[in-house]
Design a protein around this ligand. Structure first.
Ligand code: SDX
Length: 429
């Protein structure tokens, strides 16, 4: 890591700050000693210019529309890999050999069942509960079952917890869906691959054999790859902050799920499909484009824009291709939602407002159309995002725990409240 320095002048004081360079991407100015040397904090709501950690896992070049996982471009991983191979890469830093892949698949597959008493949690929820509410509760509750993998100081227990999370999320997500639609839970089958197992747990019924459609399970697997990890996004930062206090991994992932739920983040796939449905027809698009540009209107084009990507989100391109594959396989011609989405994208990408603000479709813009075509209700879309992102959260959580610079995260503030004052008895107020 090469180091230069920056000089900061505050009044008559000047402070030298180390400048660190990474492998690729922007340098960072180390302000760790700033408060000690200047009695001042930095101020950066939303962390638009703040690096919270060093990481080797994922790199995004927002201007170039580049996404690398351990150095491998997302396009190549989505084209040639499968989701468990990407999980191995994110967790261990290298692509697995054939033997390592076989062993990893076996280990994950043999953790897919959940403790039978987990099913009782579901009966406590209303059938119409949002599946994300169910997932927040049930994933956090895993801490109540797997005490033998909650000691975060033990690398073996951390890895067991990591495999359990990756393996059990599809089972819990499928259970949340089945409970939502009032159908019996379906147990995982060890002779199915990860995505096929998940689709079967969601869509099989006791009355008939479920036949996996290889085109659809490949599409599902690729959708998982596209959602696996994404640097220090809001939910990953939530998991890291929760983990910095020493909380157990299941509780940290539950915190990540809660953060992902928001419509500005992972909840955007559900919101984007609801928006396309509300627009309904191509002729109503100009009305919504106008609303998106109107500062007095809180409406935003869901599935558009990104904190980092100021170019096309590379995942959105792959997702759009997957959408056409799935609709083609299902024989869906002229899907009105796809027609609205493609026309909305075409108009937005030629509109000065969106060009000037560098607003492009993100991963959530097309995913909803694909997931709806696969048979999922919109309320399940963010659950699927959480299922796939669990490996990213877990890989980042492990990296944080193993980071020698790691300490509890505790930001400061700019206080703008009342100066100290004395209590006034109620008789004198
Ligand atoms: C994800 O961080 C990640 O990596 C997230 C994610 C991941 O994989 O983890 O990529 C997943 O969360 C993708 C984003 C999904 N969210 C949405 O699609 C919701 C719609 N998008 C916006 O809410 C917004 O673009 C954000 C939240 C994604 C980004 O917000 P920023 O970086 O804080 O941008 P901003 O709100 O400051 O917007 C900059 C300008 C503003 O105008 P001005 O105040 O400068 O005049 O662009 C405008 C915004 O009003 N703008 C939009 C817009 N997004 C931003 N205007 C209309 N429609 C939009 N979608």
């Amino acid at each position: 890591m090469t180091e230069q320095s920056a000089t900061l002048k505050i009044g008559d004081k000047s402070v030298d700050l180390a400048v660190k360079s990474g492998t690729i991407g922007p340098d960072v100015i180390d302000i760790g000693a700033l408060y000690k040397n200047t009695a001042s904090f930095t101020y950066d709501p939303g962390f638009t210019s703040t690096a919270s950690c060093e990481s080797k896992i994922t790199y995004i070049d927002g201007d170039a529309g580049v996404l690398l996982h351990r150095g491998y471009p997302i396009e190549q991983l989505a084209e040639h890999g499968d989701f468990l191979e990407v999980c191995y890469l994110l967790l261990y830093g290298e692509l697995p050999t054939a033997a390592q892949k076989k062993d990893f698949d076996y280990r994950v597959t043999h953790h897919t069942m959940v403790h039978e008493q987990m099913s009782r949690f579901f009966t406590g929820f209303r059938r119409d509960a949002h599946p994300m509410a169910v997932m927040c509760g049930c994933v956090g509750a895993l801490s109540a079952f797997y005490h033998d993998s909650t000691d975060i100081t033990d690398p073996h227990q951390r890895m067991v917890a990591s495999l359990r999370m990756i393996a059990k999320m599809p089972t819990l997500a499928a259970m949340a869906y089945k409970y939502h639609v009032g159908q019996p839970f379906v147990y995982p089958k060890n002779d199915l691959d990860y995505a096929s197992n998940f689709l079967r747990m969601c869509f099989a019924v006791p009355c008939e054999e479920y036949v996996v459609n290889p085109v659809l399970s490949r599409a599902m697997d690729r959708i998982f790859i596209l959602h696996a990890d994404h640097e220090q996004n809001a939910s990953t930062s939530t998991v890291r902050l929760a983990g910095s206090s020493g909380a157990n991994p299941f509780a940290c992932i539950a915190a990540g799920i809660a953060c992902l739920w928001g419509p500005a983040h992972g909840g955007a796939n559900e919101a984007a499909l609801n928006m396309l449905t509300e627009i309904g027809t191509v002729d109503r698009i100009p009305e919504y484009i106008a609303r998106a540009k109107d500062k007095s209107d809180p409406f935003r084009l869901m599935g558009f824009g990104h904190r980092v990507y100021k170019n096309y989100d590379p995942r959105a391109k792959i997702m759009q291709k997957t959408t056409h594959e799935v609709l083609g396989e299902l024989g869906v011609k002229d899907d009105p939602l796809l027609e609205v989405a493609m026309e909305l994208e075409r108009i937005a990408l030629t509109d000065e407002y969106f060009i000037e603000k560098k607003l492009y479709p993100n991963i959530d813009f097309y995913s909803g159309i694909t997931l709806k075509a696969l048979g999922f209700p919109t309320t399940m879309f963010t659950v699927l995002f959480a299922l796939a992102r669990t490996v990213g959260w877990i890989a980042q959580w492990n990296e944080m725990i193993e980071d020698p610079e790691q300490r509890i995260g505790r930001p400061r503030q700019l206080y703008v409240g009342e100066p100290q004052r004395d209590y006034v008895p109620v008789s004198k107020r």
